[in-house]
Design a protein around this ligand. Structure first.
Ligand code: HEC
Ligand code: HEC
Length: 238
């Protein structure tokens, strides 16, 4: 979609102008200003940690790619994702003490995560977070993108859905240790996750459950498509 980067630029400049009203907040705590900077809250990983992570990643590569840029919408891209978020997800795929099922249910990933030690989880997360992310594309029609853009920037006021931009940032880069990067992720993956938050198959985020449960299928598909075309500021073509 040739207009994608234009849309992203527009989103960026809009985000600069908008000061998001606290009243549109229905769920969760009001976020700090979303950061577009791709820093991690982790200290710089050691070479040994990155090497150990690369070794673990060999068992993930068939689906997520060795460089974390999964080539099919079934598999999320992990490249450039915040390490803390990857760590949280891998723990959520395991069964917590006293729980009957994992907070995030997926047959493949429940098995993969159960087989990893805590150190391996940290190392593979550090490794993937340092890989260069290859941005994605939006491929819906213009009308769909317009709806998606308005949900991203302004939420859905009459359903008390907050603006995605306020947590995930204008380019969708999220914020280390708080909000995952979703800009440039596969549309099909983002749509599937929003559906799972809504129908409680993914129960590891009360705030995203709240948000998704107030959205229609059409709104979910549209905002997922818009997000898939977003680029973090550092990834915009110059
Ligand atoms: C056979 C394919 C396959 C393999 C191998 C695999 N994964 Fe996954 N992974 C998936 C699928 C499918 C999902 C999406 C599952 C869902 O919807 O919860 C996923 C999701 C994830 C997520 C969540 C991403 C997000 O954006 O929330 C992380 C993190 C992850 N995998 C890490 C790993 C790591 C680390 C390994 C290797 C140790 C690995 N995966 C191996 C298929 C795979
Ligand atoms: C209050 C802050 C907040 C707002 C607003 C918000 N999100 Fe999220 N979102 C989160 C957090 C936190 C997570 C990580 C949840 C977890 O730990 O699994 C997340 C995760 C996600 C994921 C899963 C990402 C992945 O890799 O699996 C998607 C998709 C998503 N959000 C889409 C949206 C959309 C679309 C909107 C706007 C309609 C939105 N979010 C608004 C905080 C927010």
């Amino acid at each position: 979609m040739p207009n994608t980067s234009v849309t992203a630029r527009l989103a960026l400049s809009l985000a600069g102008l908008l000061s998001l009203p606290a009243a549109s907040w229905a769920a969760g705590t009001p976020p700090a200003a979303a950061s577009s900077v791709m820093e991690s809250s982790f200290p710089v990983p050691s070479t040994a940690q990155l090497q150990a992570g690369a070794k673990v990643a060999q068992t993930c590569a068939a689906c997520h790619g060795l460089d974390g840029n999964a080539t099919s919408a079934e598999f999320p891209k992990l490249a450039g994702q915040h390490a803390d978020y990857i760590i949280k997800q891998l723990h959520d795929y395991r069964i917590a003490k006293g729980a009957k099922k994992p907070a995030r249910v997926n047959a493949i990933m429940n098995g993969m995560a159960a087989a990893l030690t805590d150190d391996q989880i940290r190392d593979v997360a550090l490794y993937y977070s340092r890989q260069t992310f290859k941005p994605g594309v939006a491929f819906a029609d213009k009308k769909d993108l317009k709806l998606g853009a308005s949900i991203w920037m302004a939420g859905i006021p009459d359903r008390a859905v907050p603006a995605c931009v306020s947590c995930h940032g204008p380019g969708g880069a999220g914020m280390p240790s708080r909000y995952p990067r979703i800009g440039g992720q596969w549309q099909g993956y983002l749509e599937a996750e929003l559906q799972m938050f809504r129908n409680d198959r993914r129960t590891n985020s009360p705030e995203m459950h709240d948000i998704a449960s107030r959205m229609t299928d059409k709104q979910i598909a549209a905002v997922a498509d818009y997000a898939a075309g977003l680029r973090a500021p550092s990834e915009l073509p110059r």
